[in-house]
Design a protein around this ligand. Sequence first.
Ligand code: MSS
Length: 363
Amino acid sequence: AQEAGKLPDYVAWKDAEDFIVHSAQTLETKRGVIGTSIVTPNSEMYIRNNLPAPDEAIVADRDAWEVSFEGLSDAKTMTLGELKKVAVETVATVLQCSGNGRAFFEHETSGSQWATGAAGCAIWSGVPVRALVEAMGGVSEGMQWLTGTGGEEIPEGLPPETIQVERSVPKEALETAILAWEMNGEPIPLAHGGPLRLVIPGYFGVNNVKYLKRLAFTAEESPAKIQQTSYRMRPVGEKGAPSQPSMYEMPVKSWITGPLRDAETGRVQIHGVAMGGTEELEKVEVSLDGGQTWQDAPMVGPDLGKYAWRPFVLITDLAEGTHELVSRATTTSGETQPEDFPANERGYGNNGWRVHGVDVTVG
Ligand code: MSS
């Protein structure tokens, strides 16, 4: 158990006040901490580790970190120092755990009871995977998947596929994926995957493999449990299986970040964040009456691209009483948040607008 008010060593540089500590490997950013910011500072970004983070030693000499490439004509091993010379690109993307919103389902779910705070928006810099593919002579024939392997050490005697963090995504993701070494203008902290992280814009957190030590184009999906049976969307009561949809692209979603409980009479600013997942946002609407009537809530600040989120603000007057405030985002292709997202065994992918609402009492 964690000592109250103290965070584990690898995240000791974060402020315990900003988080709900579910476990040493799962820290949820408090809802109000996100406020009206586009970029989530590294110190406020949530943490989700399936395995204990590697030793700090792996970020002592970042440029010496090695990544092996496979499934390319001229595949080889490269150091981070060498990767930095190939090309560079910057992308702003929401990082969100597949289980964000799990706590809002009515059925009992195993896993961290994330409400809204297993998500943040960060700016990542690194080398585009497509530049590496080009530099290494193209993807070998028959390869269908882009497979990333995490650098955690696997305790001896354990079959690696039982716990290794290794994820495969359809190989088309190579067009947008980057191998990132910077997060919000700093070398990526160990806790967030430094020295090198696979970032797949618009894809759920689990696909963004930290401490990347291998990037392979493969004919088959990774045999790792985290790929084969975990992170699979299925009905309540069913076991995970490779035939079920895997947690890849994130859907449209929004939530209010303030006010969260009580407000005074008069003018209030209702604010929150909205994301399109892999698509541009068209609009955000807010309802003060639990979804009976809706008003447009203007988005504020610069648009950092379709993978980033956008703060929205609605300025209004609230009368005395309790108000059910909800928000609903829509993409340019017409995708809107559903009122309720279907219950599913592990509580993944919740983007239902009703359960993300807040009751605010004015008086
Ligand atoms: N990577 C690695 N290597 N390991 C681990 O564990 N996890 C996942 C990702 N990646 C991992 C990795 C998950 S699952 C998530 S969300 C993410 O990551 C998180 O991030 P941050 O930075 O925030 O911590 Mo769910 O879908």
